[in-house]
Design a protein around this ligand. Structure first.
Ligand code: MG
Ligand code: MG
Length: 248
């Protein structure tokens, strides 16, 4: 079911979004070679809690962390672990959520640690830009197929693979609400966005094939060909004539 948020809920989401954005900036700033993915999760978790917000991902469907930390060929849902150490040249994806007064926000960044190859840097840049290309068309009345088409055609024009098995989503009292927001699609198809709908748009773009699979840990999604993947996500409010991004 698609829900339209009240002004009070939107206000709480804006506050949670600011906390989440600051938590991501803090993690990006602190991340360095030799840290474990558990250390990064702790920085994000502690900041969110210190601001009086709730880490939305902790125990979500049983997820054992506050931040999904996914490295290189891991696309999303990497479990923070004390034994997983950050090395020079890695792409580290931080995907995190923060909630306040019963509503949630969700955002992700990809961090280049140390000497990252030129092609991986390009992937990160194109992934982020594909999000902003999508943002250009978002407003009340925009069809989801058009949004997906814009993201897909931008990313594919660089020869990259657009993940299909996972997508963006509505967000509010639950982290994942209807509708699904694919990063691919056909122009002019699909449902129309509605004013004051809250959505998380999150391109997941791969260097090689778009195909992904899940590891035996029941969480981590990896690329089928083992090549790197990048992720960029923000939560936003759909406006009559545009969009307000609340996790930048
Ligand atoms: Mg996310
Ligand atoms: Mg999301």
């Amino acid at each position: 079911m698609i829900t339209i948020k009240s002004q009070d809920q939107l206000e709480s989401m804006r506050k949670a979004g600011k906390i989440l954005s600051d938590a991501l900036k803090l993690m990006e700033e602190k991340i360095k070679v030799g840290m474990s993915t558990y250390d990064i999760d702790k920085i994000g978790h502690d900041y969110i809690v210190s601001q009086g917000a709730v880490p939305s991902f902790l125990n979500y469907d049983g997820f054992p962390g506050s931040v999904c930390v996914s490295i290189d060929d891991e696309v999303v849902h990497g479990i923070p672990r004390k034994t997983r150490i950050i090395e020079d040249g890695m792409l580290v994806k931080l995907d995190c959520g923060a909630g306040l007064n019963g509503v949630h926000t969700d955002a992700a960044r990809t961090v280049c640690v140390g000497n990252v190859s030129k092609e991986k840097r390009k992937l990160v840049e194109v992934t982020k830009q594909s999000f902003f290309e999508g943002v250009k068309v978002i407003k009340a009345g925009c069809r989801l197929g058009t949004l997906g088409h814009v993201i897909q055609s931008y990313a594919e024009s660089f020869g990259f693979g657009v993940v299909r098995d996972l997508c963006g989503h509505g967000i509010g009292t639950d982290v994942h609400e209807d509708p699904n927001i694919p990063n691919y699609g056909k122009e002019g198809r699909g449902m129309r966005l509605i004013e004051n709908m809250c959505i998380a748009v999150e391109p997941m773009i791969n260097l090689g094939t778009y195909k992904v699979m899940q590891l035996d840990d029941g969480w981590t999604i990896v690329t089928e060909d083992g090549l790197a993947s990048a992720h960029y996500e923000n939560t936003m409010i759909v406006l009559e004539d545009g969009v307000e991004i609340i996790t930048l």
